[in-house]
Design a protein around this ligand. Structure first.
Ligand SMILES: Cc1cc2nc3c(=O)[nH]c(=O)nc-3n(C[C@H](O)[C@H](O)[C@H](O)COP(=O)(O)OP(=O)(O)OC[C@H]3O[C@@H](n4cnc5c(N)ncnc54)[C@H](O)[C@@H]3O)c2cc1C
Length: 396
């Protein structure tokens, strides 16, 4: 793949760099290092995404008529690289921009494509993903939330769980069973669900980090208009898988840019921490581990480039996005473990302690990183996908 830039693309890089320099939110500096939006930063991130939107630095590859810029994935790559270099904050509407928008472009009616994408980009409407249920996680096709037709409406009953951002979301990408008599994968429909509808109850769940940013969501006779179906009745499995491919691509490729921010911060940490009166960057074992972390991050960048190549050819993300997601998980978890190792005994001190390093930000990131190998499909499931769909091995 050729990543050399045209003069226009080089000029685009300079424009982005200058804009980021002038516009980074001042209050962000102390809050950096987190790759997933944290509750206390939601308002800053909402404003930040709005600012990116107003400047035309979000949705670069989305069609112009639906609020995007109609540029290529090369410009997107340049933008993400510059964001990483500037240590800029993440956006708030990650699931809307990374998953809902691309799926609506792939399967939406003209009315749906006009209605949703611009408000996703401007962060006026936050999206969440209603897939997992108490008895349907890895085995998503066993989902039991039911949608029953009643005239022009569908009546939804059931429960979702682990729904990130549901506590602030305006819309949900919902998978529900519309025909229990069809084979499991065939009787599912994908709905664009208004979270303000009567009959929806959201109950936050707390992670081990102390944050409560994923939820149980209950549906009690929720009436959804038939025009809210995306991609056709009983076609939801295919639509839902497209969203998952984009999720893995976003997690694997998008987050590797944020990994570079974390790696830079880790290097700074190693330069500051001492062991037996010696700065840690002089310790040969620490140096080897830092170098390995850099190598892993670079490998991830190149794996991501393969996904970009597909997109530049106008194809959808394929099963190799699973490899990107899996490598990102391993690299990020190892990086956070190394941060704990570098802190030594201080690793035991979290936010609230006067002696916590960097206000306990690393402790939070370390604990949060444990969920990376579960969310967006577990590592075991990614391995099954790679085995079956990339390597052509027999089915699990
Ligand atoms: C922080 C976080 C945020 C999340 N956000 C969302 C969200 O916004 N929306 C949403 O819908 N879901 C979300 N999830 C849910 C997530 O997608 C599921 O937890 C995940 O898919 C696993 O499902 P499960 O929890 O039911 O575990 P299970 O499927 O019960 O799996 C349990 C264990 O068995 C293993 N396993 C299962 N099947 C196989 C197999 N065939 N082969 C080998 N091993 C197997 C799994 O790898 C795992 O280790 C989130 C989860 C987390 C942790």
């Amino acid at each position: 793949m050729d990543f050399s830039l045209t003069p226009e693309q080089d000029a685009f890089r300079q424009t982005v760099r200058a804009w980021l320099k002038a516009n980074l939110p001042r209050e962000w500096k102390d809050l950096g290092r987190s790759d997933i939006p944290r509750i206390e930063t939601y308002e800053i991130l909402r404003q930040w995404q709005r600012k990116l939107y107003d400047a035309g630095f979000i949705g670069l590859t989305w069609p112009k008529e639906y609020g995007g810029r109609g540029l290529t994935f090369m410009e997107e790559l340049i933008l993400q690289e510059e964001i990483a270099l500037a240590k800029a904050p993440p956006i708030l509407n990650v699931l809307g921009v990374g998953m809902a928008g691309p799926t609506i472009f792939a399967y939406g009616t003209e009315a749906q494509k006009k209605r949703y994408p611009p408000k996703i980009l401007s962060c006026e409407e936050i999206w969440c993903q209603g897939y997992s249920e108490p008895n349907a996680g890895s085995d998503l096709a066993s989902l039991q939330t039911r949608a029953v037709k009643d005239g022009e409406y569908w009546i939804i009953n059931g429960q979702k769980v682990w729904t990130s951002f549901a506590q602030i979301a305006d819309w949900m990408m919902l998978l529900a069973r519309t025909d229990p008599n069809l084979p499991r994968h065939k009787g599912i429909t994908y709905f664009l669900l208004d979270m303000k509808l009567p009959g929806i109850t959201v109950k936050p769940l707390r992670h081990m980090t102390g944050d409560a940013d994923f939820n149980e969501v209950f549906f009690d006779n929720v009436r959804v208009h038939a025009s809210q179906v995306l991609g056709g009745v009983n076609q939801g499995w295919q639509v839902g898988i497209t969203t998952l491919m984009y999720e893995r691509l976003t997690l694997g490729f998008g987050l590797h840019m944020r990994l570079r921010i974390a790696l830079d911060s880790l290097l700074e940490l190693a330069r500051r921490m001492e062991k037996s009166g010696r700065v840690l960057t002089h310790d040969p074992l620490v140096r080897q581990k830092l170098a390995q972390s850099w190598i892993d991050t670079e490998c991830l960048r190149l794996t991501g480039a393969r996904g970009i190549t597909r997109l530049l050819r106008g194809e959808m993300p394929g099963p190799e996005a699973s490899a990107g997601k899996m490598v990102w998980v391993e690299t990020h978890q190892k990086l956070q473990e190394l941060a704990m190792e570098l802190e030594g005994p201080y690793a035991q001190l979290a936010k609230g302690s006067d002696w916590a390093v960097d206000g306990g930000a690393w402790q939070h990131a370390f604990l949060r990183s444990r969920a990376n190998s579960i969310e967006g499909g577990t590592t075991e499931i990614q391995k099954n996908i790679i085995a079956e769909r990339v390597l052509g091995l027999p089915k699990d």
